[in-house]
Write a protein that binds this ligand. Sequence first.
Ligand SMILES: *Cc1c(COP(=O)(O)O)cnc(C)c1O
Length: 609
Amino acid sequence: MKNYGIDIWGENNFKIDKGMIKVNYKSSPSLLEITQKIRKTNLSGPLILRFPHLIEKQIGLLYSNFQRAISENEYTGEFRAVFPLKVNQFPEAVDAVVEHGEQFGYGLEAGSKAELALAMEKTPLGSPITVNGFKDEEMVRLGFIAAQMGHDITITIEGIGELEWIIDVAQQCNLKVPNIGIRIRLQSEGSGIWAKSSGLSAKFGLTSTELIEAMNMLQEHNMAQHFTMIHFHVGSQMQDISTLKRVLREAGNIYAELKKMGADNLNAINIGGGLAVEYSQHTANRLRNYTLEEFSNSVVFLLREIMNAKGVAHPNIFTESGRFVVASHSVLITPVLELFSHDYQEKSLKLKEQNPPLIEELRELNSLLSPRTCIEYMHDALDHMESLLTLFNLGHIDLLDRSNAEILVHQIIKKSLYLSQDNLMPEIERLQVKLQERYLINSSIFQSIPDYWGLQQQFPIMPLDRLDVPAIRAASLWDITCDSDGEIRFKPETPLYLHDIDLDEEEYFLAFFNVGAYQETLGMNHNLFTHPSECTIMINDNGYEIENFTESDNILNILEDIGYDSSKLLTNLKNKLVASDFSTEEEKTDTLQKLEMYLYQNGYLRTTR
Ligand SMILES: *Cc1c(COP(=O)(O)O)cnc(C)c1O
């Protein structure tokens, strides 16, 4: 893996320069300088950096690619798009989406009442709103209210029952009627780990029989003119373009059939989301086999072919891509707190006057290591270690001997890996991975990258600096939750190499990229670690501004949020302390102050004093 695979996942959003990872935009600040500037405010814990210019870039790419495909294919329908709020509802992300989308008429998609309320407030009139997911009558009514406000809103029904509500509400009131979309249930299966959204057993959508029934109901109640869109969604992170093609053929033909059945105002196919993001750091392990260019060409070309063959006008094309639009805009920065084997330093050796012979041999191996001998000596050392452990278990050597043996063997392995760097044999690579150094990171995997925990999804990871120094420690990452699932391990085929650092002397930060989609509201407060501190970075030609800094919740607020009375809690804690014996009044005041201060700080570990 060269440069942490930045050429694979990076999309030129970042670049490596003078050993540092920098934002590849205007003044190109390094992530390290941004991080250090923010941490000067005595901040601890993980940090989310948002880059709205990357949202702007993705929206521009989405529209320009589809517009190009439309003109190249002489397609007569329009391209329209909405951002699905479930992918990131945080204000800084949504505001950037709305601001940069306005010139294109980019709208919002809502899947719940709360999201719909947000969409109604944020979407400019004239840009579309779509509503998906299961609904109740109230939610349907909210759709009428949005239409009344003047919004271009389409309520997509997931079942016949929802259509009945729409008809009922339309009969009960004189509010404007929203557009009606119908989610179709496709036979073609999606692909990838998210593919539960299509196929016969899908959670959503109307079968062909139900579609015919819906058409009849609409016509009976004189509402067919409101039916404007069909919708499907194959599931997120579609890996293979062939899935899209299969599904589009089916959906395109359903569209054309409905037109022929008299759905005169039907004018749009909404192809949902699914446009994938590359998260892989390894060439052999790529997560998608297409580009946006191919994706847009395929959609436009296929729909044109189907409609031309059936003599139907080209429909408008809607997309609801979410992951593609916001994944890249945020980067999670986590300080490294500890390297687990860091204590195995030569200076910690406590050799005796008289050491067991095997330990003397280890000392000798350690002192004689050279590029030529290191592999052989490392084998010897591993062999000795095994014998020494047996001796310990039989009671022949003591704990001090065992500690010395562990330190010496670690030294020999570490030095051998250094010395054999230029001549990496498969065996060394395997060993390196097997002996993964555990890096403790000051964040929670459950909170910040829940899809790693839930779906084993990888994210690109790299250190912020030292990128001009070879990284030779195969790493695994441990988070600070006390859960054994809070670990990121790397397979032998896809290792992560990090630097050997002395954290007493220097700081080391890891960045997780493409974390802007889904992770934030899926994240859970396991061990009561809450949403990281975050800020928005506005980069200009001469530098950058840090905006909307929000620190991770303090401990009392976290407890208040799950139902405790935080002021009572603080008072009780203080009273307990006051009731104890202090040797001086000064110490008592000081301890009370400290207690209070700690509880008003965020819940992550502090690396700075
Ligand atoms: C989740 C979802 C999307 C977004 O999918 P991405 O893969 O993030 O683009 C779009 N439409 C519907 C109906 C969804 O449920």
